[in-house]
Structure formats: C-alpha cells, structure tokens
Design a binder for this molecule. Sequence first.
Ligand SMILES: *Cc1c(COP(=O)(O)O)cnc(C)c1O
Length: 365
Amino acid sequence: MINVAHPVIGKRERQLINEVLDSRMIASGKYVTAFEQNFAEYSGAKFGIANANGTTALHTALLMCGIKPGDKVVTTPFSFIATANSILFCGAKPVFADIDPLTYNINPAELEKILKKEKNVKAVMLVHLYGLACDMAEILKLKKKYKFKLIEDACQAHGAEFQGKKAGSFGDAAAFSFYATKNMMTGEGGITLTNDAKMDKYGRQVINHGREGHSTHTVLGYNYRLTNLAAAIGIAQLEQLEGWIKKRNENAAALSKAFENLDFIKTPAVPKNCRHVFHQYTVRVKASEREKFMKYLADNGIGSGIYYPAVMYKQPYYKKLGYKSGLCPEAEKAAKEVISLPVHPMLSKEDIEKIINVIKEYGRE
Ligand SMILES: *Cc1c(COP(=O)(O)O)cnc(C)c1O
C-alpha cells in the first residue's frame, strides 16, 4: 500500500534523542530552546514558543492576541476542527467566512463582507491549508482597513511562502503543528511565533502555568510545554525540511502534469506568488464519484484521504451551538469533492508512476 503519510525518522533524530536521554534532561532543556530559535529563524519570526501540540499553540496565539470571552474571531470553516475549537477555548465566537474554491483558503472578499457586517471582530484566524499560503497581500490590506489581530494557523504550512515571505511571519502570532503526519514532526508538538517581545513573554507564561521567575504565578496559564525529547526530533527534522519540500514539489508537479488532460480530476492550483509545500496534494472529483474512486485506489494499493469531509460548523457540537448549514457554500461543496493523494517525500519514482498509471486507467474505464 502506498500511504498518504509517511513520517521520516533517520539517524540524526536517533542521535539527538540519545543525547537527550544521556543528559537525563528529558522534560524542559536546551534542545527546546535551540529548537525554538531554529524554527523561528527559519520562518522569519523573532520569537518561538515551543508547545505541546498545534492546538495548544493556536490557543496560546489567541491568548497572546488578547482574545477574551465574547470576542468574535473570523476563520475558515474548511480546516481541521482544532482551528475553531481553539477559538472556543477562549470563550470567543468563531465566525465563518467562505473559501476561494481554487485555493481552498479563506476568500478575502468573503472575509471583507463579514468585517463590514459584524461588529466587534477582534481577530482573524486564517489557515494556510494543505501547505498553500493565503492571499496575504489582500488580507494585510484588510487588516490595515479594519484593524483586527491576525493569527495564522500555519499547522500545515512549514516553509510555505507568499511573495518570498514565510507563512507564520505575517500575523501578530502564528501556530505550527509537529504532529506525526505533518511535513516535519516531533510526534506531538507545536510552536507559537511572534515578533512582539511582550507577547512572547506572556505566551511563555501561558504555556507554563503563568509563571514569572521561579515560583510566582502572575497570570492564568496551562501546562502546554514541549519536551526536550520531542524538541531533539524537531531539530533533526528542521535540518531536512527544505529537501523534503523540494521532493514534495517534484512529486506534485509530476502528478499534476500527468493529470492535466484528465477531465474527471481537478489538480491543485499553485498561485504564481506562492511556494506551496504540499502538506496535502488535493484534487477534486465529482461528489458522486468520490467514494467509488477512493475504493478503486485502495483496491489498487493506493492510499488516499479526505481533508475534510465536513465543514467545521456542520459538526454535531457546532450544530448544538446554533450554526446552520448553508453558511459557506463553496466550503461545503469542497468538503464533498476533495481527495488527497500520496505526495510525501518517501515516494519512489515507481510509486509515482504507479499512482499515475492507476489513475489514468480509471479514466479509461
Ligand atoms: C494539525 C492541525 C492542527 C492541530 O495540530 P495538533 O498538533 O494536531 O494539535 C490545527 N490546525 C490545522 C490546520 C492542522 O492541520
């Protein structure tokens, strides 16, 4: 079976993990600090706060931006549930803006409609979905005009770029995930980035029980810390990330070229000003075909996945909160049509050829 995800774990990860084990400093420690610095520098941000996972990194980012109970935060409905859940953690209200059907990212025009209509929007949390950066030029224009805090959910976008600038460096704060299947991983893990020294200081308190100094607790905080062990894996993974991104792009280009003339499949768009990092290689098929197509792929040894089969506000918990269907038609349509194919850096040339041949064969049926 050719799987959709394949975490790479090599010599360097093992070497650094052994160093940490030998040091007996397996909770906090200097690997965490080094990883924070390396990742922040790589992403073009001043400060990085290592986190237990991407979800806590999002929660930390929202708190750093001052989000409080009753505040409204605009976001996309087409993402992993953690995006909207982190807004609920703050007692704030997610307001959903529809996506651009070509990029699957929040549509700036839809975002502006909401900013015009809704009073007291405190923040916008956008998601660079599948590893493609949002239209940051338009979004930064809106930020200037409507004055909201900007948080980037960059959990799928390590190293992604818009006009040569990295995802995670545009907003007031950004969050990344290092979950096992992301483009780089630490098992579970995450990081919050910011360029603001005060926000960084508060964020460090958020992840560590509000601690200031040794045993004084001046604000409410959590235990959202990353371990030295996980950070050791992260350091090793970051060293290899650029090579993996290159491989993902080569794989994606080969797939898109091969599918160019197939009319039953729509390949992902790559806007000119973006470096896509293809966390997912996501195509569209007719809603009525998707189940059959996925089964055909599985029968032929090719894994696939649906990210995401439902918009967030259609989840039972969100329905209970009062959200109604039909809010964001483009996102709802995408949820019925998307399917992600293997694109990870461990695919061999033969794997890519097999994926191409199997899918072309489906078209001939
Ligand atoms: C993975 C992911 C998260 C959550 O990250 P975890 O590390 O699993 O908590 C949040 N948002 C998006 C878009 C993700 O892909």
